[in-house]
Design a protein around this ligand. Sequence first.
Ligand SMILES: [Zn+2]
Length: 278
Amino acid sequence: MPELPEVEIMARNAHAWAADARIVELRVDDPAVVRAGLDLLAAAPGAQVRRARRRAKYMVLETSAFDLVVHFRMTGKWVRSDTRAARLRITTTLGEVALVDTRRLAEIWALPPASADAWLAARGLGDEPFPEVRDGEWWRARLEGAGAIKPALMDGARVAGIGNIVATEACWRARVWPWARPTSLDADGWAALAGAVRSFIADALAADGGDEIAYVNEGGAPPSYHAVYRLGGRPCARCGAPIAKATQAARSTYWCPGCQLLGADAAPSAAPQGRRRR
Ligand SMILES: [Zn+2]
């Protein structure tokens, strides 16, 4: 499932492929993908593409005729057009771009020009952790009051764009136990978490595979910058202990019980499932 790094890459690609081009044709192959503004898309031919950008896990394509907001959900991808079935295709003077989506869960909203920001603001999205540099105090203020740090990282109303992979890997990099309560971290712990989120996102962006994003959940080997996600049972790269896996807040969590001890209870080798949460 695409998170901040993947959506950022797709927005950068879309910008590189279509910014300043004129739309020649826009074809909606699967009308179910368009949640709003289907009529606005009829005005696409001749419109100028201004830019593509990311906000949270949304990609926004701004044109002179409409703003297109895309949420990729599980398997949606913005690609240079190819022979696959697409849900929507845009042919511009620079070539064709398309939304492909094997599970058909992606959503598109066509909005009047220059109205995407207001639409997104109404969704209650948290502030962006990237590309702005956020320090430990910023993270402490955002996660304050949460029950546990890792699910709070994934709460889009607190911080935008972070999903299970970024949250899981950032906790490992910062040595933060996923169940740690925010009050258990000191300033050094928050600084470590701030640096961990930033470095993981930077590594994910640097590993950008080109024109098409590969999602981890599609199978294949985990990327080299992953230390724990989907690596249960393998030795920790830092301390050699086997990576553990558990369900936390209905999501898979992976962590190292040997060296990921910031904020941990006395015996963190097992997940605190079944324990009464305070
Ligand atoms: Zn370890």
